[in-house]
Write a protein of this length. Structure first.
Length: 254
């Protein structure tokens, strides 16, 4: 039986992804800050799906958290077949006004921790000549977004990084996939500081995205955008001048 490690698994997309993989008979390693939430997921999953669940409560926005998580996984003699770097958050607001310390934590989580976990686990996968890395990017990766400047930039990094190493690892039998969701019903809006959730009211659910993540993995795609409208939008960025894309994104954010 294969094992998947999912970060940011205590709620929202990460939690639903854990259930989808459990339903497909994967053992789980789930990591997030909220231990009580992880314990509740472990109890429900093990009772319903009869798979093994290991939990690690850790704050992945800390600079050394990736190394600590990797060490704990290895000490528990757990093998990771699929790594899903889902943990991340956004900040809504003008760059001149946002809190630099919160922004730093976001950049560490969205980029640095993701890169470190990928580096650590991909080395094991290369040795085993088997494995799959799934990094959660965003449709925000396709253009700069006034009002979410650092977040969009961090997701552009995730997308470009994932596509590049996917090519590097082609001969090592290790797959890499970037998932590009648009607005999704989860805790993202609240954490990012949106005043209301109108923008997210008609968005797909976290369960919808979780099922998409699993099906995309099975297809072994390098990059895949969730939702027909988002696919059209992503394609249109290839044809539209970048300065116009940024202006449009800014208007949407207003």
């Amino acid at each position: 039986m294969k094992t998947v490690l999912i970060t940011g698994a205590s709620a929202g997309i990460g939690k639903e992804t854990a259930f989808v993989y459990a339903e497909n008979k994967y053992n789980l390693i789930i990591a997030a800050r909220r231990k009580e939430s992880l314990e509740a997921i472990k109890k429900e999953v093990e009772e319903k799906h009869k798979v093994k669940v290991d939990i690690f409560d850790t704050d992945l926005s800390k600079t050394d958290s990736a190394e600590q998580l990797y060490k704990k996984v290895k000490e528990a003699n757990l093998n990771v077949d699929v790594l899903i770097n889902n943990a991340g958050f956004g900040i809504n607001g003008l760059f001149k006004d946002t809190d630099i310390h919160k922004e730093e934590s976001m950049l560490i989580l969205n980029m640095v921790t993701l890169t470190k976990l990928t580096k650590l686990f991909v080395q094991d996968m290369v040795k085993a000549q088997s494995g799959h890395i799934i990094n959660i990017a965003s449709t925000a990766a396709f253009q700069g977004i006034p009002g979410m400047a650092s977040y969009a930039a961090s997701k552009a990094y995730v997308l470009n990084f994932s596509e590049a190493i996917a090519q590097e690892l082609k001969n090592d039998n290790v797959k890499v996939t970037a998932i590009n969701p648009g607005a999704t019903k989860s805790e993202f809006a609240k954490t990012a500081g949106f005043d209301n959730d109108n923008f997210f009211s008609k968005a797909p659910t976290s369960r919808d995205l979780a099922e998409f993540i699993y099906s995309t993995m099975k297809k072994e795609k390098i990059s895949s955008t969730h939702g027909f409208k988002n696919k059209i939008m992503a394609f249109s960025t290839r044809l539209t001048p970048r300065n116009l894309l940024v202006k449009i994104a800014g208007k949407i954010m207003e």
